[in-house]
Design a protein around this ligand. Structure first.
Ligand SMILES: C[S@@+](CC[C@H](N)C(=O)[O-])C[C@H]1O[C@@H](n2cnc3c(N)ncnc32)[C@H](O)[C@@H]1O
Length: 295
């Protein structure tokens, strides 16, 4: 992880660390303001101050990390804007990839969400500002415990159901389907991490069974070299890439890439309806023009 690298290289362990990643003149964040209740629950967590400058996230989100303190030696604190996430050793902190995904998903009120590989719970916790029905899963026992802890600290237990640990869709109940599926797990980034393709292949093979009609998948896989293989997995499994977002300026941070995917069948049906509506409109226009010239 980029953060791990920077912290280990630049900072002395055990000190309070303040890193600000400044998003520049981006529009104000849409999903980043904690409610009054959340802020109160998070009292006592140190606020980030200007310190070591790190590369920008190129999103409306800032990241700031605080090392564990003597009072709370088990957990570091990762701030995403004003949201403080407790993260113990061994659980991935919200990263540039996390906030890039946060910036590119769209969830409408009333939609259900599945967050696979939830880690600290960051995607689910921001999604809960819009959706009341979120399921979070992770294969790691420690990540599940951490996500539960953060969900409780934000008081979101009624909205976010953190399932017992399990691989990909294993924690999902039979027949359970979602409007939106968020996916940001580890991914192949060099010759030693190619084994992650096997997990991503299985995700692509199974994901359609868990999507509601017209459901959407927001899938993060940093590394531009991975794009052709993602396209191949989408084609093989009846999914269409509807949108791809990346930012070359972040290339030195394993540039995050977010895909929006939908079922090919759904997309074709949608196109067919739009075409029919268009043809109906032409008929209406012709009829109206005929009447005008007769008049
Ligand atoms: C890089 S972290 C990302 C966490 C979070 N999604 C985010 O946006 O910050 C990846 C997470 O995926 C989890 N993971 C890895 N393989 C998994 C699998 N096969 N099924 C479910 N979760 C998995 C890891 O345990 C880890 O918590």
């Amino acid at each position: 992880m980029f953060f791990d690298n920077i912290f280990h290289k630049v900072l002395l362990p055990g000190t309070v660390v303040m890193v600000l990643l400044v998003g520049g003149c981006e529009p104000p964040p849409q999903k980043s303001q904690p409610s009054a209740q959340q802020s109160t629950q998070q009292a006592g967590i140190p606020k980030a101050k200007s310190g070591l400058k790190a590369p920008p996230t190129e999103t409306p989100y800032t990241l700031a990390y605080f090392e564990p303190t003597l009072e709370n030696p088990e957990y570091g604190t990762l701030m995403v804007n004003d949201h403080a996430f407790l993260v113990p050793e061994g659980v991935p902190r919200p990263s540039i990839q996390s906030v890039y995904l946060l910036s590119h998903w769209e969830i409408k009120p009333g939609e259900s969400v599945l967050d696979i590989g939830t880690g600290s719970g960051v995607q689910s916790i921001f999604a809960a500002e819009i959706s009341d029905h979120i399921v979070a899963t992770d294969i790691s026992v420690k990540a599940v415990e951490t996500a539960k802890l953060n969900v409780q600290r934000f008081g979101l237990q009624d909205k976010i159901d953190v399932r017992p640990p399990g691989d990909l869709f294993a924690p999902i109940k039979p027949g359970e389907r979602f409007d939106v599926i968020l996916f940001n797990i580890d991914y192949p980034s060099n010759q030693y991490t190619q084994f992650w393709w096997e997990v991503h292949e299985r995700f692509f093979a199974q994901v359609r069974q868990h999507l509601k009609p017209n459901g959407r998948i927001y899938y993060q896989i940093g590394d531009i070299d991975n794009i052709p293989r993602v396209k191949a997995m989408a084609d093989k499994n009846g999914l269409r890439i509807m949108r791809l977002r990346m930012d070359e300026r972040l290339i030195f941070q394993r540039a995050p890439i977010v895909f929006l995917l939908q079922s090919e069948v759904d997309v074709r049906e949608q196109l067919r309806r739009e075409e029919m509506a268009y043809e109906r409109q032409i008929e209406v226009d012709k009829h109206r023009d005929g009447q005008v010239s007769a008049d």
